[in-house]
Design a protein around this ligand. Structure first.
Ligand code: FE2
Length: 369
């Protein structure tokens, strides 16, 4: 037994951190307490709410405890594991997200964006960039690789009617972006009429040799912070007034509709989601509020259209742009379909899969030896 250990106390100190015996017994890593294949808990602490240690050994590598139980039970905790899960005085986050970097056009003058070759770039590098900036740009992907790369690197491509849809001039277009005239598409985010999901949006460039058609990205979190600073009353209106986002789909017999404020805040007042899509929203709100809402919306929309907030670049054949859809708006400049081809593939992966895959890389050493 370690000389500093007092078995009469309710906790033990390991490298300056206190751990309660009840917590230690509850979090025992022994296969009888936790299934080693599924990593799920088997032990029910409520059957033994006051576990008593009989023997404790604390060495450089491990904490070993024999419990006063029948049959006898030994728990072994690697010190590194304990320190990772220490909760004295507060639990730490096991998986860390990179700090958000809010950007505008000028930010890229000092921080030019690199395309990441999918065959050589470490996965966590582009994943961290996608977290920090809200987008990342991959390159050198063949069309045959596209689906398997996204599925294996992140997760299943979201099942919509077309799993991956084409973005190109199309007769009988079902979206403004596919009109035969190649019109400008102003910044927006996708699928606001299906609010239950956070999505990662991808655009894969099959071929692009038309004149124009530059991609446009806007960091709506950057816009919102500036908007909040300069127009606090309008910010309040857009964060407190729900509007309707909808899509009428006669091809598949659906009418999707959902209601939410454009700017969504957490309980601390931090922005966590923006719903902004001029194509698919209805400003149907109470009579008394409508004029002030139009004023606030108009100023907000001018921020989105302001080139100072827009990062513009050209997608090349084999590029794949990944976007955190609730943060970064996407759009494009107009192009002339008579001058050449602009053909993209677009689709979604649940953001939860992206986060879970990234967290897996961060935490696997705690589970897998
Ligand atoms: Fe879109």
């Amino acid at each position: 037994m370690n000389s500093t250990t007092n078995l009469n106390e309710s906790f033990i100190k390991v490298r300056g951190k206190r751990f309660h015996y009840i917590w230690l017994r509850d979090n025992c890593l022994n296969p009888k307490s936790r299934n080693p294949d599924t990593f799920q808990r088997i032990y029910d602490y409520t059957e033994n709410p006051q576990p008593k240690p009989l023997y404790v050994e604390l060495n450089e590598e491990e904490l070993i405890i024999d419990w006063d139980e029948k049959p006898s039970h030994r728990s072994i905790y690697p010190i590194s594991w304990l320190l990772k899960y220490a909760y004295d005085p507060e639990p730490k986050q096991i998986c860390n997200e990179p700090k958000l970097v809010l950007w505008d056009r000028f930010w890229f003058d000092k921080h030019p964006i690199e395309r990441h070759d999918i065959h050589s770039c470490p996965q966590l590098l582009w994943m961290d960039e996608l977290c920090a900036l809200g987008f990342t740009l991959l390159s050198n992907m063949s069309i045959e690789e596209m689906e398997s790369f996204l599925t294996k690197s992140i997760g299943p491509i979201n099942a919509t009617f077309e799993i991956v849809s084409d973005v190109k001039p199309t007769p009988d277009a079902k979206d403004l972006g596919n009109l035969m005239i190649g019109p400008e598409v102003l910044p927006h985010n996708a699928h606001n009429y299906k609010l239950s999901k956070f999505l990662m949006l991808f655009f894969y460039c099959v071929e692009h040799n038309a004149k124009g058609g530059e991609s446009i990205l806007v960091d709506s979190f950057r816009v919102c912070e500036d908007f909040r600073q300069k127009y606090p009353e309008y910010f309040k209106i857009l964060s407190e007034t729900p509007i309707v986002f909808h899509k009428f789909d006669p091809q598949n017999n659906y009418y999707f509709s959902d209601t939410a404020p454009i700017i969504q805040l957490d309980t601390q007042g931090n922005i966590y989601r923006i719903c902004f899509n001029e194509k698919n929203c209805e400003r149907t709100i109470p009579f008394e509020k409508i004029e002030s809402f139009y004023e606030a919306y108009s100023i907000f929309y001018h921020y989105m259209k302001n080139p100072a907030y827009q990062y513009r670049f050209r997608l090349n054949d084999g590029d794949c742009l990944l976007i955190h859809n609730v943060r970064v708006m996407h759009g494009r400049t107009a192009f002339d379909p008579r001058s050449g081809i602009r053909h993209l593939k677009a689709g979604f992966v649940d953001w939860d899969y992206f986060t879970a895959r990234r967290n897996f890389y961060q935490s696997k050493h705690l589970y897998l030896s």
